[in-house]
Design a protein around this ligand. Structure first.
Ligand code: ADP
Length: 236
């Protein structure tokens, strides 16, 4: 589904991605982990075509994405920071995004019901709490039913019930055969939704494999300690 080969990206003198190689098969959930500033968002944005790498190749379904924007129709994206226009209402924003993407079979009503957003539909986005904005962000990302779903920190600001609903939603999308790419700082969340991880450190892949393998390799009993152990090794 996604193949990344020897990807490099610099912002000025800051070498943010330093030769990333990654292959993600269709169907399944993959987590990209790493400390702040390790290049997770830059990698995701490169896949989305929002950041242009200095070198390297990204292929989606076997085709290089360079100068070919059509592949983006196959992707739904949940950005880490949703900068919504503050004077629009939730409903106006949903309608606007539907018009922009021009896709059929939009599933917004089910998602609005799932995240209990009906009371907020006529409210302006500028007046919503962070958690409610994140639920709107989730509705916008999940309503189009594309084969590839990219979620950058999807749990931000969510209450425990919404978090449960999000997990169920991610699992049901996986059941449909979608490929889902997630970044998250919340290890328990990652462990509940997937076993396949990539750990980025200073723009390089430091570990690629299953959480089970990571625990074995680091000889740690749980995921959080295994991640802490990787970080510790990298500082030594
Ligand atoms: P992560 O998502 O792992 O926290 P990012 O990919 O957001 O990491 O950032 C990696 C590094 O790239 C950081 O040092 C960040 O300051 C820098 N960076 C990201 N985007 C830009 C940009 N548009 N311009 C300049 N520097 C950037």
């Amino acid at each position: 589904m996604i193949k990344v080969q020897d990807l490099h990206k610099k912002f000025g003198k800051n070498q943010v991605l330093q030769g990333v190689d990654l292959e993600i098969e269709q169907g399944g959930i993959f987590a990209i982990l790493g400390p702040n500033g390790s290049g997770k968002t830059t990698l995701i944005k490169s896949i989305l075509g929002m950041v242009i790498p200095n070198s390297g190749v990204i292929k989606i379904e076997g085709k290089p994405i360079k100068k070919d924007w059509k592949y983006r129709h196959k992707i739904d994206y949940l950005p880490q920071i949703a900068n919504f226009p503050s004077n629009l209402t939730v409903q106006e924003l949903i309608n606007m995004i539907k018009d922009l993407r021009g896709k059929e079979n939009v599933d917004d009503l089910r998602l609005i019901e799932l995240f209990k957003l009906q009371p907020f539909l006529k409210k302006k986005l500028g007046n919503l709490s962070g958690g409610t904005k994140q639920k709107v962000n989730i509705v916008l990302a999940f309503m189009f039913d594309s084969p590839l779903l990219i979620l950058d920190e999807p749990t931000s600001g969510l209450d425990p019930i919404s978090l449960l609903r999000l997990k169920d939603l991610i699992n049901s999308e996986k059941e449909k055969g979608k490929t889902i790419l997630i970044t998250s700082h919340i290890m328990s969340f990652v462990e509940q939704v997937t076993n396949d991880i990539v750990f980025l450190l200073e723009g390089k892949i430091y570990f690629k494999g299953s959480i089970t393998q990571l625990k074995e390799q680091t000889q740690q009993p749980d995921f959080e300690h295994a991640i802490a152990s990787i970080l510790q090794q990298s500082y030594d």
